[in-house]
Design a protein around this ligand. Structure first.
Ligand SMILES: Nc1ncnc2c1ncn2[C@@H]1O[C@H](COP(=O)(O)OP(=O)(O)OP(=O)(O)O)[C@@H](O)[C@H]1O
Ligand SMILES: CC(=O)N[C@H]1[C@@H]2OC[C@@H](O2)[C@@H](O)[C@@H]1O[C@H](C)C(=O)O
Length: 379
């Protein structure tokens, strides 16, 4: 199969900005290069377009207004305006990325466009990512694959997580042979478990950084708990933690996925800022540890990616609870920050090639299926 140059675009549940990454892939293998520390990493530049406070405020409102959505094409309240913003900012992000890297539209075969999740209710067969793939394709003059969760949801899957097939490709390219866990800690956290026989099991483990961010914003006005410093000064409320962890989500057998809004930082209610941060950080770590309940071949090594990999206190707790070697993605030459954007580039090429992107063991879909909607500039 032909190697293609693909750009992936991700705007995650943390609402921080648009991640951009270029990779070369034929939809099976990913072109990699050897990093200075000896590991193999995907080849290709990355870029980022941060949201302004006003952008973020509109997106936050969109999450609230989206609660009224009963049919996936509906755009109540500010959703239409938010969708226009998402498309425009992604177009700007790609334009800047191309010019920063001396590339033109003609250099890119396809873009994988995740959009912004505003509704995720797999039980109601609904997952909505705002962002108009056709408009993005016209603006940029590049083919765009969007709506990558819909086919899976329609076929009875969870519609998430989508990145495991990319995790597996990277693990293979990097030559890992032992049982491996790949943990992405974004707003929500998701894990891909790769057994020694190559079988994968993937699911959302629970909250990632979202509750910690919301807590910090409310208590201190800061967007995040930098390196987990506030949490490190507090003491987790064990009683509250025990109560949080009896939520049926954690006992449910995977595959399973979580909506950002299923848990709230308000659960930490009356605690001090430090103890609340410590409790919510411990909640994320112990929810991840529950993943081991479902592992047939428990990972001997975990690779941690996503913004949570920059939270030292969270990593310390994961180290304690997972009882395995914990490495950040950056430490092995993968990109903690851009792994998801790279994954959407990979998924776009798989979609164009008609290759499956979701599997019974990653989303619970009955059989492996492809997905995504292709838009061409001339459409
Ligand atoms: N220095 C840091 N210290 C602590 N936490 C950090 C730091 N840097 C980033 N984070 C956390 O990482 C988050 C961003 O992570 P990331 O970009 O992986 O999320 P996302 O892609 O939006 O989410 P998702 O994977 O759920 O779609 C921030 O909101 C913050 O909570
Ligand atoms: C519905 C939705 O957008 N889910 C996100 C979210 O953020 C992390 C986790 O929850 C994961 O399931 C998913 O994103 C990644 C990219 C995925 O689908 O693999």
């Amino acid at each position: 199969m032909t190697m293609r140059r693909a750009i992936g675009l991700m705007s995650g549940t943390s609402l921080d900005g648009v991640d951009v990454a270029l990779i070369e892939t034929d939809g099976e293998t990913v072109r990699v290069e050897r990093s200075p520390n000896g590991y193999l990493e995907p080849l290709g530049p990355t870029g980022y377009r941060a949201y302004s406070d006003d952008d973020r405020a509109l997106l936050r409102q969109a999450l609230i207004d989206a609660e009224a959505v009963t049919e996936r094409s509906e755009r109540p309240g500010c959703l239409a305006a938010a969708e226009e913003l998402v498309t425009r900012l992604h177009a700007e992000a790609v334009e800047n990325f191309l010019s920063e890297n001396g590339l033109t539209a003609a250099d890119i075969d396809v873009i994988g466009f995740h959009g912004q999740t505003v509704v995720h209710r797999p039980d109601q067969k609904m997952s909505v990512q705002i962002g108009d793939g056709r408009d993005l394709s016209r603006r940029l003059g590049i083919k765009v694959v969007s709506d990558l969760r819909h086919a899976d949801i329609e076929a009875g899957g969870q519609g998430a997580p989508l990145v495991p097939v990319f995790h597996r490709a990277l693990a293979q390219a990097s030559g890992f042979t032992e049982s491996l866990g790949i943990l992405n800690i974004g707003g929500v956290a998701n894990a891909t478990l790769i057994a020694r026989d190559g079988r994968i099991l993937a699911f959302d483990t629970g909250p990632g950084n979202a509750l910690i961010d919301d807590w910090m914003r409310e208590r201190t006005g800061h967007a995040l708990d930098d390196n987990g410093r506030t949490a490190a000064r507090g003491r987790p409320d064990e009683q509250l933690l025990a109560w949080l962890l009896v939520h049926p989500f954690f006992a449910r057998r995977p595959p399973k996925s979580l909506d950002r809004n299923w848990f709230s930082h308000k659960l930490a209610g009356q605690l001090s800022t430090e103890d609340g941060a410590a409790t919510l950080t411990a909640f994320t770590a112990r929810a991840v540890a529950r993943a081991l309940d479902h592992a047939s071949d428990p990972p001997v090594r975990w690779i941690v990616a996503g913004g949570g990999a920059r939270n030292g206190e969270l990593l310390r707790q994961l180290n304690y609870h997972l009882r395995a070697e914990i490495t950040t993605a950056d430490a092995i030459g993968w990109s903690s920050a851009f792994l998801e954007a790279q994954a959407f580039a990979y998924l776009a090429v798989r979609s164009v090639e008609g290759l499956p992107i979701t599997f019974p063991s990653t989303t619970g879909v009955r059989e492996a299926i492809s997905g995504g909607v292709l838009a061409r500039p001339e459409d």
